[in-house]
Design a binder for this molecule. Structure first.
Ligand code: FAD
Length: 414
């Protein structure tokens, strides 16, 4: 029996393997990954690892023995170059072939490159892998000025870490507010204030037209506004691109990622995809979407593993994200797209508050800064489809937990 082959050894791939095993899949399982490191946590790369408060060892998700004990083979340091659906094999970059009965594509995403002159100059960096993080960390050690292109999660986290390390940091963001697609305006404003209070020069509503390098090696980022920002290095954080090419070359339909159904199954019933590389129908928002988060990669990996083990259960998770910048813990549950009302609970001036976002009467997302308890409660409210009224939310004395009594409590169970 050829068994299960998984491409990519990160959150989605590892979780698919573990769930398949736990749910009774007894054939061989092999995870093939192009990176050489043991599966590791990616979020600390822009935070604790960059700051030097987390070592490389502490990032490891599971060690060798853990996989061996479960009969899961890790094949590290070799990329899958092609999928042959007819022969039911994957071709590796070292020319080996590996047969499969079931295949999971968990290839994640990669950093989007900027499309401007100078984008490929030495010193223009991106952050996606442990190797990138080692490189950025070493470079940060020696420099004093960093220009960050992109006010999204990775750009802002690197800006916060670099600023904490005493570097002079500037951030350029095309949109009129930070994290515009992910958080409410009040949270964008709080983050803007926070970064500026740490001396980070944030430029909104501006774009990069070119990057130039001087003879001494310093870089100048030239903006549409005419601004010229000087840095020793430039970090580009302008989003991710799904690694969907293997699937597309094998004739599997792709949109913004590899198109899968509620069980993570592609158009080929024996081939699944999960995590950052998948374009899935999300029951919570009622449309197709590609998500980039640890929660999504793990939960969809679980869904796929269960389907492969013959215990299918559709993917139903409410999306969740988090980000750490300075002492602010940002947490988001739900998706606020199309929200027409935002209600603040708590006081932004205190550095701890939540924003409840509504589409019509329905609560669709809650963003919190330093309110972990409220975020847990929000998860339960959204899972139970319970929408407090805006008046209840705005009243700090109103006990939102009380809304979860009775039948709602059943539905809110994680
Ligand atoms: C710096 C950083 C900080 C982040 N912080 C947060 C955070 O705070 N919170 C949060 O929720 N999310 C965060 N994320 C996002 C989160 O890490 C991703 O959503 C998550 O890693 C996705 O997991 P995945 O398994 O789908 O793919 P990935 O983690 O991208 O892993 C895919 C793996 O497949 C490998 N691969 C690709 N192609 C091939 C091939 N052909 N052959 C073999 N192997 C291949 C890749 O090299 C990679 O190792 C962060 C991401 C980064 C980069």
């Amino acid at each position: 029996m050829s068994g299960l082959v998984i491409i990519g050894a990160s959150y989605a791939g590892v979780q698919a393997a573990l769930t398949a095993r736990d749910e009774g899949y007894s054939a061989p399982i092999r995870i093939v990954a192009d990176e050489t490191a043991l599966p590791y946590q990616r979020p600390p790369l822009s935070k604790a690892f960059l700051l030097g408060t987390a070592s490389e060892d502490s990032l490891v998700l599971r060690d060798d023995k853990f996989f061996r004990d479960r009969g899961i083979d890790l094949v590290l340091g070799v990329a899958v170059a092609a999928i042959d659906r007819e022969a039911r094999t994957v071709g590796l970059a070292n020319s080996d072939r590996m047969p499969f009965d079931k295949l999971v594509i968990a290839t994640g995403s990669r950093a989007r490159r900027l499309d401007v002159p100078g984008a490929n100059l030495p010193g223009v960096l991106t952050l996606r892998t442990l190797a990138d993080a080692h490189h950025l960390k070493a470079e940060l050690g020696a420099l004093s000025r960093l220009v960050v292109i992109g006010g999204g999660f990775i750009g802002l986290e690197v800006a916060a870490s670099a600023s904490k390390l005493g570097k002079t940091v500037a951030v350029i963001e095309t949109a009129p507010r930070l994290l515009g697609r992910a958080v409410s305006p009040a949270v964008s404003q709080a983050l803007l204030d926070l970064h500026r209070s740490h001396g980070v020069d944030i430029r909104l509503d501006d774009s990069v037209t070119a990057i130039e390098r001087s003879a001494s090696g310093s870089l100048t980022v030239i903006c549409t506004s005419g601004a010229r920002l000087e840095g020793d290095r430039v970090l580009v954080g302008v989003g991710g691109v799904p690694n969907a090419e293997l699937a597309a070359m094998a004739g599997l339909p792709c949109g913004n990622g590899i198109i899968v159904d509620d069980h993570g199954r592609t158009a080929d019933p024996d081939i699944f995809a999960a995590g950052d590389c998948s374009d899935h129908h999300n029951a919570f928002i009622g449309r197709r979407i590609r998500l980039e988060s640890v929660q999504h990669a793990q939960d969809q990996g679980k869904t796929v593993g269960a389907a492969i083990a013959g215990r299918p259960a559709p993917y139903m998770s409410v999306p969740r994200f988090w980000s750490d910048q300075y002492d602010a813990k940002l947490q988001i549950v739900g998706l606020s797209e199309g929200a027409d009302l935002q209600v603040i609970r708590g006081r932004p001036a205190d550095g701890a508050f939540s924003v409840f976002a509504y589409r019509g009467p329905r609560l669709v997302a809650v963003d919190s800064i330093n309110r972990p308890g409220e975020q847990l409660l929000a998860r339960r409210l959204l899972a139970a489809a319970v929408s407090p009224t805006p008046t209840q939310v705005a009243d700090p004395a109103f006990d939102l937990k009380a809304l979860l009594a009775g039948p709602a409590a059943e539905r809110a169970r994680p």
